[in-house]
Design a protein around this ligand. Structure first.
Ligand code: WT7
Length: 651
């Protein structure tokens, strides 16, 4: 048993199921066996710079070659120093001289059912035109452009147009408030805003322009606003500041050569919430990020030219940046994007989309998978999902029973599941099964990708043994890593590089099992300390989710005089009645599954859990509620305030 002071965490989870890739899948995969993966990983680990050097030469277009692969002055990295490239070029122009020129790049479906497609050639033309629009509005290399749009092709076009001229995009998810937009615009000193008259969500129009109008009152650095007509509703246009997208585009030329940009030119800022305080503007740059997004896309999704690939994330999140735009488009993929909600007009919308567009790869989040389970199998069974060949998840740990449902119900036991661990900060996937090579275990993100060298350490920075939980660190710089927090080097240094000298601290706990598989155990701040044992949230939650009545669960600690912390869990049910008998049954179930130590002290039934707008459970808020405290800290990322209010008023 570990001593709690060292920072080690006890594991109580026992998951022994193993799913090797089918022979059929492996035989066609880029990387076909565990041995082959291990060889590539070993070679990369021996000399990461040589490995990335070779990849950068073959994967990216260089207007001018770089002179140095990595310049590392901890914690500041520069990759491919002195080189000049352009991410928009790599995503578009690079394909125009190949047979992919007239391949479909984007398939768009709006929530009302409207559809559009763009070939690489067509997308290139639109991006060139919009890049000229931006230039005509006075935007140039290094200027920050703020984007607040629905998930429509013009969002992708706007991002790539910024990249084309070296402007830095800051995409703000279309669910954020005027306040949140203004804060981010201010922090980044944004010069221009791009938005739309609205977007569709569950049959309703989101009043995006109205929100932007409020935000711009408090965004003095923003002097221009370009408005896309999407829903056709009446919006107010301020003369001299606001311009219609379609009017500007009409006059724009489609001739706009990509600007050769320095490898380290900022490509984008993406704000991510800190656990407290103001959001951090994570800064990513051009060459390293682009390379990493492309390579990881090809490895993890084992991309083939006939794939129809659907990542359900919005471009307001890093997943949308790396695996809707920069990764897949650099790789020449056909990408489906969908504007709306998964339950509009009915709970089978995703399966309907997959059937009609013949999707082969689906990449979504555990929160969505848990919702599908709750909505019931009938919605799935109505549709032909036989085109699917690969499934992925990202954003949170996936409970093994949710994994099994995904595997059986969506994957028909045929599709490998790639559980991808990464962060806004890492730029791309860090750990994931390579689907033709690495046998999967439900709930494990398995192994690090080539060029990524993780470790698990205690509070003194020493590696811990197998099956000991501890802090997850990355021991060597990688091309996709964040270059800093916008305007705040000190916070960057403190947050990621101070607790464990010389290593990137991810902020998650994890353990490695006897086979070298990694199991993410949740955020460092979320660990429970029960009678001197440090327990991870996901293990308790997964035990609860394995009970047939439970849809979702969140475990937190609450102060307890005797045990230090008692375990409080919040549970949503699959349409069964919450009773005291069920409460007792759940306690017994956890006891049986993972032991008496992890048995919850309090079980609270609720209709919904508080989540971030990207679908992560906000355990920090639940901790306050469990302790009977007022909730403190930042709640601006909360998706639905009424959930918090109803939790506070229960009891
Ligand atoms: C945090 C990063 C990565 C894009 C979306 C989220 C958690 C993410 C997994 C996974 C367990 C995961 C971690 C991580 N997380 N993927 N496969 N298994 N946990 O990006 O908002 O920056 O969040 O999400 O806690 O640190 P993000």
């Amino acid at each position: 048993m570990a001593e709690s002071s060292s920072g080690r965490i006890d594991t109580v989870m026992h998951e022994a199921r193993l799913f090797p890739p089918t022979a059929e899948f492996a035989s066609k995969a880029r990387i076909k066996s565990l041995e082959e993966y291990q060889q590539i990983w070993d070679r990369a680990a021996q000399d990461p710079e040589a490995f990335w050097d070779e990849a950068a030469r073959s994967e990216l277009h260089w207007f001018e070659p770089y002179t140095e692969v990595l310049r590392w002055q901890e914690p500041f990295a520069e990759w491919f120093v002195g080189g000049k490239t352009n991410a928009s070029y790599n995503c578009l122009d690079a394909h125009l001289t190949t047979e992919r020129a007239d391949k479909i790049a984007l398939i768009f479906e709006g929530e009302p059912g409207d559809q559009r497609t763009y070939t690489y050639r067509q997308l290139h033309a639109e991006v060139c035109k919009f890049a000229n629009v931006l230039t005509a509005q006075g935007i140039t290399t290094g200027d920050v452009v703020s984007i607040y749009m629905p998930m429509v092709p013009e969002l992708v076009i706007a991002m790539l147009a910024c990249a084309r001229i070296g402007a830095v995009h800051s995409v703000i998810f279309g669910g954020f408030s005027a306040e949140a937009i203004a804060d981010r615009n201010h922090d980044a000193s944004a010069k221009l805003q791009i938005t739309a008259d609205g977007g569709w969500r569950r049959g309703k129009q989101l009043a995006l322009k109205q929100t932007v109008d409020q935000a711009l009152e408090k965004s003095p650095t923003v002097t221009k606003c370009i408005v896309l007509k999407r829903v056709g509703n009446e919006v107010s246009m301020q003369a001299g500041r606001d311009f219609w997208w379609h009017e500007l585009m009409e006059a724009a030329s489609a001739d706009c050569p990509a600007t050769p940009l320095d490898s380290e030119n900022s490509l984008f800022i993406l704000y991510t919430s800190g656990s407290t305080g103001k959001p951090k503007g994570i800064r990513h740059t051009t060459a390293g990020y682009n390379l990493y997004a492309k390579k990881t896309f090809e490895w993890v999704f084992d991309h083939r030219d006939d794939d129809i690939y659907w990542c359900t994330a919005d471009c307001g999140w890093i997943t949308g940046h790396s695996y809707v735009v920069y990764g897949p488009l650099s790789a020449g993929a056909t990408v489906l994007i969908y504007e709306g909600a998964p339950n509009h007009p009915a709970e089978d919308r995703f399966w309907d989309l997959i059937e009609r567009h013949k999707v082969t790869i689906l990449y979504t989040a555990p929160t969505a998978i848990r919702a599908f389970i709750k909505w019931g199998d009938d919605h799935v069974k109505k549709h032909d999902l036989s085109t699917l060949r690969l499934l992925g998840t990202v954003g949170e740990g996936i409970n093994p029973e949710a994994w099994m449902w995904y595997h059986r119900m969506i994957g028909a036991e045929r599709c490998p599941i790639v559980d991808t661990w990464w962060q806004t900060e890492t730029g791309g996937i860090m750990m994931s099964p390579l689907p033709g090579a690495i046998p999967t275990k439900p709930g494990s993100c398995t192994k690090p990708l080539p060029g990524i060298i993780p470790d698990i350490v205690d509070h003194s920075g020493n590696s811990v043994d197998a099956n000991q939980g501890g802090w997850l660190v990355i021991t060597h710089p990688w091309p996709g890593m964040l270059r800093g927090i916008w305007g705040d080097d000190k916070r960057y240094q403190e947050q990621y590089w101070s607790k464990v000298p010389g290593k990137y601290l991810a902020g998650d706990n994890a353990r490695r099992d006897d086979d070298g598989y990694y199991w993410i155990m949740g955020r460092i701040d979320d660990v429970l300390n029960v009678s001197g044992h440090r327990l991870s949230t996901i293990e308790i939650e997964s035990a609860l989710v394995s009970h047939p009545a439970v849809a979702e669960a969140a475990a937190v600690g609450r102060p307890d005089d005797l045990k230090g912390e008692a375990i409080a869990v919040f549970v949503t049910l699959k349409g069964v009645e919450p009773t005291d008998a069920l409460r007792n049954d759940l306690k017994q179930h956890v006891r049986k599954e993972i032991g008496a130590l992890a048995q919850p002290d309090d079980i609270r039934f609720t209709n919904a859990l508080p989540k971030t707008r990207s679908g992560k459970i906000m355990r920090r808020l639940l901790r306050d509620i469990a302790a009977g405290r007022q909730t403190v800290g930042d709640t601006t990322t909360l998706e639905d305030y009424s959930v918090l209010a109803s939790l506070q008023h229960e009891e």
